[in-house]
Design a binder for this molecule. Sequence first.
Ligand code: NAG
Ligand code: NAG
Ligand code: NAG
Ligand code: NAG
Ligand code: NAG
Ligand code: NAG
Ligand code: NAG
Ligand code: NAG
Length: 630
Amino acid sequence: MGLKIFTWVLLWKLAFSANDGFTFNGFNSANLSLDGLAALSSDGLLKLTNVSKHAQGHAFFSLPLQFKKSPADSVISFSTTFVFAIVPEYPTFGGAGFTFVLSPSKDLSHALPNYFLGLFNMTNNGKPYNHILAVEFDTSHSPEAHDIDNNHVGIDINGLISNQSAPAAFKSDADDQFKNLSLSSGNPIQVWIEYDGIDMQLNVTLSPLWGPKPKGALLSLPINLSSIILDHMYVGFSASTGIAYSYYYILGWSFKMYGEVPELNLSKLPSLPQPLASFEKSKALSIWLPIFLSVLVLVTAAILKLIMMRKEKFSELQEDWELDFGSNRFSYKQLYKATGGFKDKYLLGAGGFGRVYRGVLPASKVEVAVKRISHESRQGVREFVAEIASLGKLRHRNLVQLLGYCRRKGELLLVYEYMPNGSLDSFLFGEGKQALNWGQRFHIIKGVASGLQYLHEDWDQVVIHRDIKASNVLLDSDMNGRLSDFGLAKLYDHGSAPQTTNVVGTFGFLAPELARTCKVTTSSDVFAFGAFLLEVACGRRAIDANKQEIEQVLVDWVFANWRMGKLFEMKDPRLGEDYVEEELVLVLKLGLLCSLPSPSARPSMRQITQFLNGDAPLPPLFPDQPTCWS
Ligand SMILES: *[C@@H]1O[C@H](CO)[C@@H](O)[C@H](O)[C@H]1NC(C)=O
Ligand SMILES: *[C@@H]1O[C@H](CO)[C@@H](O)[C@H](O)[C@H]1NC(C)=O
Ligand SMILES: *[C@@H]1O[C@H](CO)[C@@H](O)[C@H](O)[C@H]1NC(C)=O
Ligand SMILES: *[C@@H]1O[C@H](CO)[C@@H](O)[C@H](O)[C@H]1NC(C)=O
Ligand SMILES: *[C@@H]1O[C@H](CO)[C@@H](O)[C@H](O)[C@H]1NC(C)=O
Ligand SMILES: *[C@@H]1O[C@H](CO)[C@@H](O)[C@H](O)[C@H]1NC(C)=O
Ligand SMILES: *[C@@H]1O[C@H](CO)[C@@H](O)[C@H](O)[C@H]1NC(C)=O
Ligand SMILES: *[C@@H]1O[C@H](CO)[C@@H](O)[C@H](O)[C@H]1NC(C)=O
């Protein structure tokens, strides 16, 4: 205990004394914490990435800096300058980008590469609890992050969608005009990032190396950072590669709390690796033959690279064990063509598991929906693919048929039947869509129950859906409810940390026993089905943070109303007078019955279909209080 306090005090002391700032002209003597691809070269060059693809690297100054005098205070002014260079794999095509980042933790191992830039993952992207401020130097055009182009600078607060961004440029003092800069030119570029704690303004300024600092900033964002930055933060860099790589180099870096950052001594910065320099020299040799030869070599190399790029573009992963599942496999090229190259125009939606595109298979002209799931770990994929092969055999009019899959590095693509009417969720909660009448709702509920009964009881194996909710129910052209995404949640069960089983599913639909046992069963599906019933009958989301606290969790709120004898008041006001009272009450009560805390008290899907079809009467909610209903 004493030792712990002592270390803590020591860290604080260090944080107070040494860390008003630092200047590194090259990183030889720097105390950095590196992870992932990041490495220091012997001459002090910081390399954030190497040739590994779909990977990330981080480099943080190893001690936290104090950004507030006390937790309640506002953020102190700070400024930093650094020199970077980006050398892409292909002249016009490279890694995803790098960022300068302020983070509460040096451990960003949960983050993903590619357009996530080594900062976020699908779960935490955009969430205020991240407390991350980053300035991105983005060299790939990712529609997922609403990128403007493949050569821009942006200010990112807690998420990948920039609060402000602009094509890379600097403002010339001479004529006050912006001059374009190419981030990936391989030439060093200097950056200044300054936050004025009084005016509450964050500025980002770029300039080619050796130029004076331009007076005008490229980005200037008025922002009160007090709720975003915590009192102690780590400062550093993150970078990520995608289907191609770039080398992201940092040559020098200086940082200062309060006041103006000390200038770097540019003549002391380490030099960039050889290939660039030797290219310079070859220009000096003005003999025709070598030039001719090098042009020839370059042209051949370019052609080869184009071929490689094409190969890379359509490359897939296939292993021996997959041969058994041949008939379920689609080629990436086929899917690429089907979706017009995964154009935004064909995007149907983006959800927890990935993005879904509409497509038409080139040969058969069958309309399909293609779901792209980025999935880094190999773990679990094999089992999942085996399961897909068997899931592909499931046939039921209330299930969305899975047609097959394709596997690429870090990515899994699933091909489904196309459902023209989209998800039920958009009809229930979406604006602008016509409200469903009671007849339609009851028909959908019965359909989903029958699909789920088939998964649980009527097929050779028990299939647990794991993520039942309105957004996973799609509507076909006849407005039949069809369950989609069955078993998909399992893919994320095999988390990166093997000792912890992640509970997957959606908050508000997770049965209470899951928190204790982590064991999914058909009854945990029934619990989620209960929440789904209430969503459909009440026209409200299972969890609604915008409501008063007591109303936030729908199941609890319906229970409370039931106790007050006001169950019927919970019906969706959009239904108007158009409903069948007995059916509506049946659905509300059944929703509560399915949501009982004890798994053994919940009915099975077979019983549920019987109740819904009127083939059996609903049992009392609490057997010892048989009169409590209604
Ligand atoms: C890239 O860096 C990582 C981490 O240092 C290392 O494991 C990997 O082998 C490197 N890749 C190549 C191709 O050098
Ligand atoms: C480098 O940082 C670590 C903390 O991550 C600290 O323990 C160590 O003393 C520092 N070394 C120097 C030379 O400052
Ligand atoms: C995303 O990152 C957070 C840490 O910010 C982590 O708790 C969470 O498990 C990660 N999610 C996934 C799906 O990796
Ligand atoms: C911009 O910054 C604010 C924090 O002030 C944040 O709440 C908001 O979501 C950010 N993102 C975008 C895209 O504007
Ligand atoms: C600078 O870049 C922008 C955006 O990429 C482009 O629209 C503009 O034409 C470029 N200007 C010059 C002078 O190249
Ligand atoms: C930020 O930029 C704006 C506009 O270029 C300028 O008025 C302001 O003084 C700058 N603030 C700092 C701290 O450099
Ligand atoms: C900045 O934000 C903090 C915390 O949200 C707040 O207490 C403070 O009043 C804000 N400052 C200004 C000038 O709005
Ligand atoms: C920068 O470094 C060079 C070489 O080490 C040195 O001669 C020069 O005095 C330094 N300049 C400044 C301003 O410190």
